[in-house]
Write a protein that binds this ligand. Structure first.
Ligand code: NAD
Length: 433
């Protein structure tokens, strides 16, 4: 099939390369000229494991191309995917200006039947708006569909190529059939394709993210209680997750969730509900707990040093909102660093992939170091925010020699408190007694 993918971010690039790998002819387009120039030079503007190889393979095979010619890509395509950003607006709603701008361009470039599928996460009712905008410019037939994306950054290729489920929402039978045949090769059994109305598909994406975020905030809230009660949340987590009705995933307490999806999607869902006269109390609590949780690590550091960090050096391991990505949007590490700086600390930060993205936010207020051990040099405390593999089993004896005062703040509960205490560290995790 001839496909156009509009927006070459985390979703657009993975989807474009993934569709091309299954033999489709894909034009990936973006208004960001710098990004397209890099892609044309063979550079991949984001860090996502395996993406560079997939892009190189399919570009070489002539199935994947990049350009800023959005109109041209639309005219050539049978299916147009909208994969542009939908960030939070000031009132917490989703800013749909990029989606609507793309719909205008599609309307103006209609030259035969096309399926217009929205991969961006958009509030319920957006498919109707997209349809109305396109209709204003054309009498050509088209079908609008909601096709929310469920990939996880860091494991995006795997998620896209072997999806747990594909959600296709449309009230247009032809659009449903076209998308079904496009996705058939990606799913081993056809019951993985969930066809429904557009509104249900749009809501499915928000429901999924809100439920995952609820599990995290629930455990974070409980972790703080566990600390007060002298219980170990890690033991609790494992035993609770052993119940198959609950399951072990997404029960890990930590420094609060970040990323480009959960915070903004929860906020947009709350906003949608409010507009409809419904108060999503539970989801509002999930958001509030998360806002509070993002300050927990900073508070622990401050408390440990009796409320004053002037003259203290704190090392920070991990800046990306999760491992295996360079995405720093809403990362809890940014909140921690702001809290540390506000309390007068000197911050030495390290991340295997995300430092270039964080540098412009802090400039010379933070020292960025090239090796993880350099972050511990002369430090009074070392805070772990993102659980990159290389931080899991570091040489703690070396770290202890490097630090001025050996105190560890384990934001992901990945280290063994007893082992560390036996080496001579002061240790705290999240909710560990
Ligand atoms: P991103 O910010 O990485 O990329 C968006 C791209 O769209 C940018 O390159 C931008 O230049 C481009 N763009 C903006 N306006 C445009 C226009 N008018 N025409 C053409 N291109 C335009 O965003 P992302 O992380 O890929 O997310 C895209 C959407 O997918 C969002 O709605 C997001 O919520 C959703 N989503 C993201 C993920 C994820 O893990 N990142 C997962 C599932 C769903």
């Amino acid at each position: 099939m001839q496909l156009a993918v509009i927006g070459t971010g985390y979703v657009g690039l993975v989807a474009g390369a993934g569709f091309a790998d299954f033999g489709n002819d894909v034009a990936c387009v973006d208004v960001d000229e710098g990004k397209i120039a890099r892609l044309l030079r063979g550079e991949v503007p984001i860090y996502e494991p395996g993406l560079d190889t997939l892009i190189a393979k399919n570009t070489k095979a002539g199935r994947l191309s990049f350009s800023t010619d959005v109109a041209g890509a639309i005219r050539n395509a049978e299916v147009v995917f909208i994969a542009v950003g939908t960030p939070s607006a000031a009132d917490g709603s989703a800013d749909l200006s990029a989606v609507y701008a793309v719909a205008e361009t599609i309307g103006k470039n209609m030259n035969g039947f096309k399926v217009v599928a929205t991969k961006s996460t958009v509030p319920v009712g957006t498919a109707d708006q997209v349809e109305a905008i396109i209709s204003r410019h054309t009498t050509q037939p088209f079908g609008v569909a909601s096709n929310p994306e469920f990939l996880k950054e860091g494991d995006a290729i795997n998620d896209f190529m072997k999806p747990d489920r594909v959600v296709i929402g449309s009230n247009n039978t032809r659009a449903l059939e076209v998308l079904r045949s496009l996705y058939d090769p990606f799913v081993r059994t056809s019951d993985r394709i969930h066809a429904m109305g557009a509104r249900s598909a749009e809501l499915t994406k928000y429901a999924s993210n809100a439920l995952l975020a609820t599990r995290i905030s629930f455990m974070n809230d409980l972790a703080l209680l566990a600390e007060k009660l002298g219980a170990d949340i890690d033991r609790v987590r494992k035993a609770v997750g052993a119940d198959p009705r609950i399951g072990p995933k997404f029960l890990f307490p930590g420094p609060g969730f970040g990323g480009s999806c959960f915070p903004k999607d929860i906020s947009a869902l709350i906003h949608t509900a409010r507009v409809m006269g419904h108060d999503l109390e539970l989801v509002r609590a999930v958001e509030e707990v998360n806002k509070r949780q993002k300050h927990v690590l900073g508070s622990k550091v401050l408390h440990h040093f009796d409320g004053a960090l002037a003259g203290r050096v704190i090392g920070v391991w991990g800046l990306a909102f999760k491992p295996q990505t360079d995405d720093i949007r809403e990362s809890p590490a940014l909140t921690l660093i702001e809290d540390l700086l506000a309390a007068g600390a000197t911050v030495r930060a390290h991340d295997p992939q995300a430092m270039d993205n964080v540098r412009p936010l802090f400039g010379d207020r933070v020292t960025f170091v090239d090796t993880m051990y350099a972050a511990a040099e002369g430090a009074d405390g070392l805070a772990l925010v993102t659980e990159w593999h290389e931080y899991r089993r570091p040489d703690f004896h070396r770290i202890k020699r490097l630090m001025r005062t050996p105190s560890l703040f384990d934001g992901r509960n990945i280290w063994d408190p007893e082992e560390l205490r036996s080496i001579g560290f002061w240790y705290t995790g999240i909710g560990r007694g």
